[in-house]
Design a protein around this ligand. Sequence first.
Ligand code: B16
Ligand code: MG
Length: 216
Amino acid sequence: MIEACIFDLDGVIVDTAKYHFLAWKRLADFLDIPFSEEDNEKMKGISRVASLEKLLTLGNKKFNESDKTKFCHCKNEWYLQYVNEMTRDEILPGVIPFMEHLRLNNVKTALGSASKNARHILELTHLTDDFDAIVDGNDVVKSKPDPEVFTKGANLLCTAAAHTVVFEDSAKGIDAAISGGFLTVGIGLEEHLGHANIVIQTFEGLTLNFLKTHLN
Ligand code: B16
Ligand code: MG
């Protein structure tokens, strides 16, 4: 039985993953650190500070805390330049019909994102009121792969993890959902998300019946 669905934001509801990449790439170029899309894949789902640490490790660079704070600030300013241009058109295909389908079938929904910009993005895309609960990077102490963001979401919805589906585009997010005892759907490629219960490429045409059949 599926009581609720928890959605990651970046790369699941909207394609902001590409904007995170462009902003990190700009910082990487500034710091003279080679940075590829494959490197970016490992930063998906983890916090801004943890992402910076990964980037600096890639480049074998060390900086003091004050510099690191400035780098995170710059990256976020560059990221927001892209994000602030966003409209409802950037909601990924099939997301809105699938959320309507859930509402019609009395399945609750929550957002479970590591991003501190999540509420801003939901406002820009007019999605805020479509969720029964929102948990983002401002609400959690531990970032993915810790399950806190999803556990808090399920608590707000009053649903059990075993009856709640988490949709995630990052390997770390799937790790988090598995360790919290959730049902998992990877959005993207099998090669990155093969540890999820199922992997799909898009929400287009997705139904509760399909999930019930394939998550059992
Ligand atoms: P921010 P999600 C995550 O969002 C992104 O996947 C990850 O790349 C980013 O570093 C993290 O949010 C923090 O984002 O800098 O906006 O606070 O995928 O969990 O929705
Ligand atoms: Mg994501």
